[in-house]
Design a protein around this ligand. Sequence first.
Ligand SMILES: Nc1nc2c(ncn2[C@@H]2O[C@H](COP(=O)(O)OP(=O)(O)OP(=O)(O)O)[C@@H](O)[C@H]2O)c(=O)[nH]1
Ligand SMILES: [Mg+2]
Length: 222
Amino acid sequence: MKIAQIAGFLGSGKTTLLIEVAKLLVERGKKVAIVVNDVGEINVDFKIIEAYGLKARELSGGCICCEIAGNFANTLSLLYSNFNPDIVIVEPSGVAIPWGLKRAAEYSEAEVPVTIEHAPVLTLVDATRIDTLMGTVRRLVVTQVREADVCLVNKVDAAQEEGIARAEELIRSVNPNCEIMRISTHQNKGVKEVADIIVDRTSSRYDEAMERALLEKEYGSG
Ligand SMILES: Nc1nc2c(ncn2[C@@H]2O[C@H](COP(=O)(O)OP(=O)(O)OP(=O)(O)O)[C@@H](O)[C@H]2O)c(=O)[nH]1
Ligand SMILES: [Mg+2]
């Protein structure tokens, strides 16, 4: 069972992209399930996704990657037993950390005879709000970008070229190895490519040593 997470700060366009990608994957004959995580009270995204006829499950009351990791693993186990999807697209809350989510997903292997595979971690960066992203929430955005395999500079239909360039600069400075794509779900630019990446490629499993090494690099050891 392949887990595809679409990370990104609040309002970066995760739900909008996820719906279009899910529709494409369904058209291609894939069995797709969607899990949305919301730290808020009412999950609007869940209702929107269901309105498109896509099967979604909701997880609330905390962040998948920490507080409710057990619930997430349990949800994946149930999805596997009842539906056996090829691909589970996950929209983590805007504050989730990609590697934490990988680890949480792998917990489900202890519950059911499933092997979890990860699609490349996709992180959306909203090119129209680059000032906000570089300001107060920078640390969070940096984590989401650093742990991404592919960064999607989103909303290029509405952004200034300067905002797009700064988004790309931020991404390169944090994660020089990740692939960068300019997309606009509203203009259907890059959506097919994102679906291809999810189907054709994989990302490594959670690696505690690698995470520790990164944290030590950032915060110093000891
Ligand atoms: N201009 C433009 N706006 C977009 C695009 N994709 C999404 N949006 C808009 O951005 C806003 C947020 O989109 P969502 O898909 O709800 O973003 P999200 O990341 O799921 O938001 P949260 O779940 O609240 O974190 C909405 O008003 C969308 O219409 C795009 O490609 N271009
Ligand atoms: Mg959303």
